[in-house]
Design a protein around this ligand. Structure first.
Ligand SMILES: NC(=O)c1ccc[n+]([C@@H]2O[C@H](COP(=O)([O-])OP(=O)(O)OC[C@H]3O[C@@H](n4cnc5c(N)ncnc54)[C@H](O)[C@@H]3O)[C@@H](O)[C@H]2O)c1
Length: 306
């Protein structure tokens, strides 16, 4: 057995810290792939919600004929929950932290868990934008710290961006890749950079689409249709921005503008929309308007209206 094989032993425990939206999906992925998985959160209610959520994904899988009943039952058996990270992480081969996007919280979790993990364990972070190099700061062995950037909803999205920090070793990257394969995800490797590959491209496309709208190149509906039918994207860039939220989009663009330069300067129409509270679906209006959660046909923003 290779050294990767030894680390990948499914008898090893995987610990997922943070039982929110992402932690729920990540824990499901490991449990269904055969790993003994412990989901940890400081909030018992979040753990209960996560367990219910995972149960529902598994039950839906059985109902739709995608998962055998005994596999679903065994997956539930392999999943446990805990509130004490220092206790739950003892002897685990892989820690994935997916707590709040706050450096101090992530550092505290790693500081508490790393000393009790199995020797040579991997410490992975699901951060969207923070620096893996900086997150590795509190670890005694920074070569074992790596980014594993999952996508929502985890059980449907196939991609994991593996992020290599300054000190991440080749061995750690290779073992992380093997874990991704074991949970049926396709991984790509990114050297730590603002916005990785996905957020950076998505921010650029959304910004450019807003410039086109502002300049009157085409209507919002036509810009989105062009992307759906011309590029086979499931959503156009303006619809996608409404789902993500233009407030979040603007924060990302400001960060990319600051770190990567002029080409990421936020389009003035995004700044105006956010000032007007038109964040997207969550506020009932963004580029489009929403009624009862449904997009109102032909409601696309007219350039210069705001
Ligand atoms: N939401 C997305 O689409 C998405 C996609 C990729 C990556 N991410 C990243 O994943 C991480 C989690 O995002 P989310 O959307 O699941 O957040 P979330 O708010 O749904 O969940 C975060 C959970 O962390 C828990 N938590 C806070 N402090 C903790 C601690 N000290 N120990 C254990 N648990 C603690 C909270 O109680 C909460 O349940 C963030 O870093 C985020 O940037 C999010």
């Amino acid at each position: 057995m290779t050294s990767n094989g030894a680390k990948m032993n499914k008898d090893n425990t995987v610990v997922v810290a943070g039982a929110g939206l992402m932690g729920t999906g990540i824990a499901h992925a490991f449990a269904v792939a055969g790993y003994a998985t412990t989901l940890v959160d400081i909030d018992q209610a979040a753990l209960t919600r996560a367990q219910t959520g995972i149960g529902k994904i598994l039950d839906d899988g059985v109902r739709l004929g995608k998962l055998a009943e005994d596999v679903a039952a065994a997956s539930k058996q392999r999943l446990s929950t805990a509130t004490d990270i220092a206790e739950a992480a003892r002897g685990a081969a892989l820690l994935i932290e997916t707590v709040l996007e706050k450096l101090a919280v992530k550092l505290a979790v790693i500081k508490a868990a790393e000393p009790v993990l199995a020797a040579g364990a991997i410490v992975a972070t699901n951060t969207s934008a923070l620096s893996v190099t900086e997150i590795a700061r509190e670890a005694t062995d920074a070569s074992r710290v790596v980014g594993m950037h999952f996508f929502n909803p985890v059980h449907k999205m196939k991609l994991v961006e593996i992020v290599r920090g300054l000190a991440t070793s080749d061995e750690t990257v290779a073992e992380t890749r093997a874990y991704c394969e074991a949970i049926a995800k396709t991984s790509i490797i990114v050297n730590e950079a603002p916005g990785l590959t996905t957020s950076r491209m998505s921010a650029m496309a959304g910004n450019e689409a807003m410039y086109m709208l502002m300049e009157g190149t085409a209507t919002a509906e036509d810009i989105d249709t062009a992307h759906r039918l011309g590029f086979n994207h499931p959503l156009g860039p303006l619809e996608l921005g409404d789902v993500t939220g233009w407030d979040t989009r603007l924060s990302v663009l400001r960060y990319l503008h600051q770190t990567l330069g002029e080409k990421f300067r936020p389009c003035p129409l995004i700044v105006k929309m956010v000032a007007a509270g038109r964040y997207g679906r969550k506020t009932g209006a963004g580029v489009y308007e929403y009624r009862d959660g449904q997009k109102v046909p032909n409601s696309g923003l007219k350039a210069g209206v705001l």
